[in-house]
Design a binder for this molecule. Structure first.
Ligand code: KIV
Length: 266
């Protein structure tokens, strides 16, 4: 089998078939994504919040991303693997950004890097594409700019903001980004962008008209209970199932029911 490649992803877009992406950070969930036929796995810097329990994605380091991507790669098989570049790993200088992106690709075996922002990262995107590193962009709500954006919110409702999102998208597309994540924006804006886009659009909180959709694994299986953004669909009551299993284990140990004879060595 060919596996998932840039070519097969573009073929899907051309044929009007939806593309699926899951953001995850560990070996077992990556293996489940691969077995379920998910097209792309993103090792997202959302791991700072979901996996490390921090309040934003801003504290995630390059070493964190490299570690988690190596772990995910072992379970991902031929799924297309994308790594989020963390905050301050690509903003200081073009040279440092190129070195960091190159290091991530070299050390992890990922297929592409993802950067947040539009016009301000266009030159970097162009340089990366020229040296053979596929790039995924990310516009609309960009979590690494949470403070500048004034909190978690929909971006692009005001005309001026919508125009800025469109300019950012265009800049990424012209620079050669093959895919762009559209996060938390009105569905009409995502539709308008997707309709004329050569790049693949993947939405999260951007409505149904994007070329594909992405969710975070732990949201999707219902392990995250504290927050549920409007755009998250929980396909499982994961936290409840896990809690019940743990309670049962505790009760059975306390009652002397676990382990049984069959679960013990002679
Ligand atoms: O960090 C992440 O998981 C992401 C996706 C939600 C798009 O950027």
């Amino acid at each position: 089998m060919e596996g998932i490649t840039l070519r097969s992803l573009f073929r899907k877009k051309q044929e009007g078939k939806k593309i699926t992406m899951v953001s995850t950070y560990d070996y077992l969930s990556a293996k489940l994504c691969q077995q379920a036929g998910i097209d792309c796995i993103l090792v997202g810097d959302s791991l700072g919040m979901v996996f490390q329990g921090l309040d934003t994605t801003l504290h995630v380091t390059l070493e964190d991303m490299i570690y988690h991507t190596k772990v995910v790669k072992r379970g991902a098989g031929d799924t297309f693997l994308i790594v989020d570049m963390p905050f301050m790993s690509y903003q200081v200088s073009l040279e440092e950004a190129l070195r960091n992106c190159g290091r991530v690709i070299k050390e992890t075996g990922a297929n592409a890097v993802k950067l947040e922002g539009g016009e301000e990262v266009a030159e970097l995107v162009h340089r990366l594409v020229n040296i053979g590193i596929p790039v995924v962009g990310h516009v609309g709500f960009t979590p690494q700019s949470v403070h500048a954006l004034g909190g978690y919110r929909v971006v692009g409702r005001l005309e001026e903001e919508g125009e800025k999102v469109k300019r950012d998208f265009k800049a990424l597309e012209e620079a050669g980004a093959f895919m762009v994540v559209l996060e938390s924006m009105p569905r009409a804006l995502a539709k308008e962008i997707t309709e004329t886009s050569k790049a693949i659009t993947v939405g999260i909180g951007a409505g149904p008209h994007c070329d594909g959709q992405v969710l975070v694994f732990y949201d999707l299986v219902g392990l995250v209970e504290d927050i549920k953004p409007k755009f998250v669909r929980r396909y499982l009551k994961g936290a409840e199932l896990f809690r019940n299993a743990l309670k049962k284990f505790r009760e059975e140990v306390e009652q002397g029911l676990f382990p049984s004879e069959e679960e013990s060595y002679g």
